[in-house]
Design a binder for this molecule. Sequence first.
Ligand code: GLU
Length: 373
Amino acid sequence: MTQSVIALASRIVVKVGSSLVTNDGRGLDLARLARWAGQIAALVKQGKEVVLVSSGAIAEGMQRLGWSKRPVALSELQAAAAVGQMGLIEAYERCFRGHGLQTAQVLLTHADLADRERYLNARSALRTLLRLKVIPIINENDTVTTDEIKVGDNDTLAALVANLIEADALIILTDQPGLYSADPRRHPDAELVHEATAGDPKLEAMAGAAGSAIGTGGMLTKVLAAKRAARSGAHTVIASGREDRVLERLAQGEPIGSQLTARQATLAARQQWLADHLQVAGRLVLDAGAARVLAEQGKSLLPICVTEVIGEFQRGEVVGCIDRSGRDIARGLVNYSADETRRIIGKPSAEIAAILGYADEPELIHCDNLALL
Ligand code: GLU
């Protein structure tokens, strides 16, 4: 097998899951945190830039508050996250300081990344931290998130961060050795996938929906995170966080876990930001021909190609483009409001002025503002 892509990566996002960080919910595993910090320090010494995305705030908060069952009420989850995040950051700070490294806490929500200005701010802050050789420690800002604005799981958050800072690689450390050809808990003959192409639909079928009781994501969210990260060219490795010196060995080129390689053409920075919108204001259903034509780069979306408008949106908002079966095709900034769009769909652009009384643009979404998924 080929050597690990991590050997050549110079900017790496490392994600660690809740069950690893909190010893399956029993409380922060300080010894393990210290080992990762040591390995990350070794990578930094080799000249690599590392961002850590760590889960575990809610699990650690529950432990500190003496709660044995994960609360259902959003306000209690938010409270647990606020308590637990203190413990996480305190522990990481202590571990990294032992290696002479400064740390920085960065808490993000989907709303931060969906807003172009906040997105660019987050990007330059993170780049500055990396330049200063500080280790950014990122989590979702669980205390202020609601369903509407949350990313939801840290596998996805880590992929969004990889895209945000244009990382070369994403390492997802979990409590499994990697991705298996089937759920190993139910299929004893399941085999570890050593290498595959990120975004290959077969991987999603293999990953199924299996999750753990402690964290939010399962193997499927990891496979989807790899697909997402590949859009900016980042390769993903899913490996066991319990493996001895796993980060250092990966950096030496040892193939550990599952390597999901990015092979697709990467999107330009602006398209990347559009593609990473997890929540959209509305959706446009495309006819079969348009779905195909859009797939050819460089084409704009015209009103005549749209058969249905779902949801409400204003001019300039991000909308999703789907085909008739509901498959996501693209994301883009729409030139007309939902009401206006409903009146012009199915019509040639030359008729827009007559229908609306004015015509801003002949396209519903200009190709510069469109990202294919
Ligand atoms: N942000 C959550 C936490 O730190 C974890 C989300 C996840 O497990 O993916 O508790």
